[in-house]
Write a protein that binds this ligand. Structure first.
Ligand SMILES: CC(=O)SCCNC(=O)CCNC(=O)[C@H](O)C(C)(C)COP(=O)(O)OP(=O)(O)OC[C@H]1O[C@@H](n2cnc3c(N)ncnc32)[C@H](O)[C@@H]1OP(=O)(O)O
Ligand SMILES: O=CC(=O)O
Ligand SMILES: [Mg+2]
Length: 532
């Protein structure tokens, strides 16, 4: 057990080496400490509220629009303003805050780079601290990187606009404590990125911009609004300097989009369809509803009625309030095989064409190799415009709770179940080894996509579903497949890679969380205990 260092009102379990000293400066820690003291108790209450809301759904209620906020929904108002450099977001690349990736992403043919401390980052201490250094150097324009073969990476002129995605409210930063408890990871990421970069960002006519993940209610939006206002006052900045885009990626939040925009109206510039977490949240929120069990993962596409309704309602809600409606991530990544790559580009193109047609103002890509294809789709849809805030489609006028909760059609197959097992094990193994985003079977896998794989199986077991060949999904069947799929993974990856990895630990975690009666909230919570 390492010795605790006390700074300001916070305890640090890690020695302050060269990197920590750069980021955890006395002034930055004072600011972080102020935020933690002011906002941790209310953050804890918000997490308790999530449990209370879920209990009602578990007892049979369905999530729904709420009447207590009718005045917000019925009245006409707009969000405050959108800064000039956020008026064209037609293609945004995302990626973890690793040094080479940060440079490649900022140099990609995109408008925005979403630098990620969340779904694509396994937040071990070193990565989190280095991530802050990487972003600070990127903002200052001094970032560079030399790879093993001597290739030098540097920023090109006119890099993409930077937006930082902080960890979700549920994730702790275990290496920093306040009153004996781990502090919220979201405050850690927000405080340090804001503190070290706001001056340089504003000096170049940009600003401290954030993506906020996994929000579940407008009360959480209000909490963030207070955090932002506190930070602005602390730094003596005008109200509305900090700007945020909120991911609508939980089932509860889709019913409160107007309210989220309203409570963050000084600070918000848009909403984003975080489709993968949204699917995961649909499974998790409706976990006791046996008629809402999902089929194989590949059947759950944006053309499913419940996902189409979600995307169209988000666009309609945003445009009415003058906010950007950002599309989500197609998980296909480029392949070195020319034929396979053609297929990938076609799939991504089709997905993005649907988003652009529905009225999204821009979208996400996971890899620079997709930029040109997606840019072409949005260039065509936007024409001379930089966004399509003007789009209000008549056919989307009435989107109901029933549509948002529509059951999802498709088969549950043995191959689908086995694929879920292989993906979940390989992803968990990568995550507990410190890698939060990996290519698996030609798809980008991150914390959100892997959650779908592991919760699908839990749900199939829990509700005693049968596979298309008539097999009943049970714990013994799952355990047998888990053992068999471990052998498949071992064969696919080779003995050396397999034995050097943490596959046994990953499989043990997968076995535990899939067979226990309670569906655990987030894979990354027990995963974090296995991370440095
Ligand atoms: C559900 C959600 O939350 S989505 C948002 C979170 N997910 C993400 O951000 C996904 C980000 N993407 C990635 O991490 C990667 O693309 C992966 C892991 C999926 C695939 O990575 P790799 O296997 O390394 O891809 P590949 O070998 O084809 O990379 C080729 C080059 O592109 C770079 N690259 C790939 N993806 C990215 C990216 N997202 N940003 C910047 N550079 C990238 C690689 O660093 C590599 O650079 P190099 O040639 O200079 O060495
Ligand atoms: O964060 C994005 C998602 O799809 O989840
Ligand atoms: Mg997500």
């Amino acid at each position: 057990m390492s010795e605790q260092i006390t700074r300001s009102q916070l305890g640090f379990s890690r020695h302050f080496g060269e990197h920590e000293t750069l980021i955890l400066t006395e002034e930055a820690v004072d600011f972080l400490s102020e935020l933690v003291v002011h906002f941790t108790p209310s953050r804890n209450r918000l997490l308790a509220d999530r449990i209370a809301v879920q209990q009602k759904v578990d007892q049979g209620e369905f999530p729904d629009f709420i009447s207590e906020t009718d005045s917000i929904k019925k009245s006409e108002w707009k969000i405050r303003n959108i800064p000039t450099d956020l008026l064209d977001r037609r293609v945004e690349i995302t990626g973890p805050v690793e040094r080479k990736m940060v440079i490649n992403a900022l140099n990609a043919n995109v408008k925005v780079f979403m630098a990620d401390f969340e779904d694509s980052l396994a937040p071990d201490w070193q990565k989190v601290i280095e991530g802050q250094i990487n972003l600070r150097d990127a903002v200052n324009g001094t970032i560079s990187y030399t790879n093993e073969s001597g290739k030098i990476y540097q920023l090109k002129p006119d890099p993409a606009v930077l937006i930082c995605r902080v960890r979700g409210l549920h994730l702790p930063e275990k290496h920093v404590t306040w009153q004996g408890e781990a502090i919220p990871g979201s405050l850690f990421d927000f405080a340090l990125y804001f503190f070290h970069n706001y001056r340089a960002l504003l000096a170049k006519d940009s600003g401290p911009y954030f993506y906020l993940p996994k929000m579940q209610s407008y009360h959480e939006a209000d909490w963030w609004s207070q955090v932002f206002s506190f930070a602005e006052d602390y730094a003596d900045l005008p109200r509305g300097t900090i700007k945020a885009t909120v991911l609508i990626e939980t089932l509860p939040a889709v019913f409160q989009m107007d309210e989220i925009l309203y409570h963050l109206r000084d600070h918000i510039v848009g909403l984003n369809c975080g489709r993968w977490d949204y699917i995961f949240s649909y499974i998790k929120t409706l976990k006791n509803h046996s008629d809402r069990v999902l089929p194989d993962r590949q059947s759950v596409t944006m053309t499913q009625p419940f996902l189409s309704a979600y995307s169209r309602l988000l666009i309609k809600t945003c445009h009415r309030r003058g906010a950007f409606a950002m599309g989500g991530m197609a998980a296909f990544i480029p392949s070195k095989d020319v034929q396979r790559n053609e297929l990938v580009l076609n799939k991504v193109r089709t997905d993005k064409e649907l988003e652009a047609k529905n009225g999204h103002d821009g979208t996400w890509i996971a890899h620079p190799g997709l930029a040109d294809t997606v840019l072409e789709v949005f260039d065509k849809a936007l024409g001379s415009r930089t966004h399509q805030l003007d789009v209000m489609r008549e056919e989307d006028e009435e989107i109901t709770a029933q549509q948002l909760l529509e059951p999802c059609s498709g088969e549950r197959t043995e191959e689908g179940m086995r694929a879920n097992i292989r993906v979940a094990i390989q992803y968990i193994e990568a995550w507990i080894s410190g890698n939060g985003c990996v290519p698996i079977y030609g798809l980008m896998e991150d914390a959100a996509t892997a959650e779908i794989s592991r919760t699908s199986i839990w749900q199939w077991i829990h509700h005693g579903k049968t596979l298309s060949d008539g097999q009943l999904v049970t714990k013994p069947l799952f355990r047998r497949m888990l053992n068999e799929e471990m052998l498949v993974i071992q064969h696919e990856l080779g003995e050396q890679r397999f034995s050097a990895g943490r596959f046994t630990q990953a499989a043990a975690l997968m076995e535990k969380i899939t067979t226990q009666d309670e569906l655990i909230d987030f894979l990354t919570l027990p995963g974090y205990q296995l991370l440095a």
